[in-house]
Ligand binder design. Structure first.
Ligand code: 6PG
Length: 257
């Protein structure tokens, strides 16, 4: 990946890109690499998309390159899930599904049945149960088993949250649910989120972060003290953990011993 610096920390590989455009291109390339590899190996690919604003650039890049020409992806074999969702209907401006539709899914030939929402428009607990049922059915899960995604994409909040696993919320201690409805008092709202066991069962987790306001938190996540921020508790049991960031958010990493 042109122009990237590579840094290694205990559990994570960090690739630092010059700017958000280069970052977005690299994230799209990694998505395409994982998708093509999974489809070639197993005939299908399961990816969980991140919400928020950072991944939009990558999703747009995928839409531009991923639906035609040499970079055409096997969308009919790619299944898209979401690592978290706001408790709003898809048409709401805050919806992660709505954002992904606008920036990617409505622009590529992915079958509607391959888009697995977290049912943000339903009552939170009903949505969580529906999402878990979908995961159990798709991944053929037995009791106590967790889904092994080919790729889970995550973002980082300046408070150290990822997905909708916010500091001080109940979902942080959830050890058996696949997806839960998480009350986030700072937002005065429920959120739907993959739990740590679901995240940590993935084959590859790709964090994407940009913005100077997250630089201190990234430093903390990569070198956690106790209590560790939620994002520092993402650690795939049998998988790869990667960070794709730009120089603004990596600005504090140079000071690390
Ligand atoms: C969400 C996300 C959340 C996000 C971070 C970073 O639904 O908001 O899943 O975890 O990734 O808050 O958001 P930005 O990319 O907008 O900074």
């Amino acid at each position: 990946m042109s122009g990237a610096r590579l840094l290694h920390f205990s559990r994570s590989e960090v690739r630092v890109f010059p700017d958000p455009v280069a970052l977005g291109l690299a994230v799209a390339d990694e998505f395409a690499r994982v998708a093509n590899e999974a489809v070639a190996a197993r005939g299908q690919c399961a990816v969980a998309l991140a919400g928020g604003s950072t991944p939009k650039q990558a999703y747009s890049n995928l839409a531009a390159a991923g639906s035609s020409g040499a970079r055409k992806l096997p969308w009919e074999r790619i299944h898209v899930f979401f690592s978290d969702e706001r408790c709003v209907p898809p048409a709401h401006p805050d919806s992660n599904l709505g954002m992904a539709r606008l920036s990617l899914l409505d622009r590529v030939p992915i079958p509607p049945a391959n888009i697995h929402s977290l049912h943000g428009g339903d009552p939170p607990e009903v949505a969580a149960l529906k999402a878990e049922e979908d995961l159990r059915r798709f991944f053929h899960l037995g009791p106590g088993e967790f889904p092994r995604f080919d790729l889970v994409m995550l973002g980082l909040g300046s408070d150290g949250h990822t997905a909708s696993l916010f500091p001080g919320t109940d979902a942080l201690s959830e050890a058996s649910r696949l997806v839960c409805a998480n009350w986030v008092s700072k937002l005065n709202a429920h959120r739907l989120t993959f739990t740590f066991p679901t995240l940590n069962a993935a084959s590859e987790i790709l964090f994407t972060a940009s913005g100077a306001e997250k630089a201190e938190m990234l430093r903390e996540v990569l070198q956690p003290k106790t209590p560790a921020p939620p994002a520092a508790r993402v650690s795939p049991k049998n998988g790869k953990l990667m960070w794709f960031v730009d120089e603004t958010v990596a600005s504090r990493l140079g000071e690390m011993p």
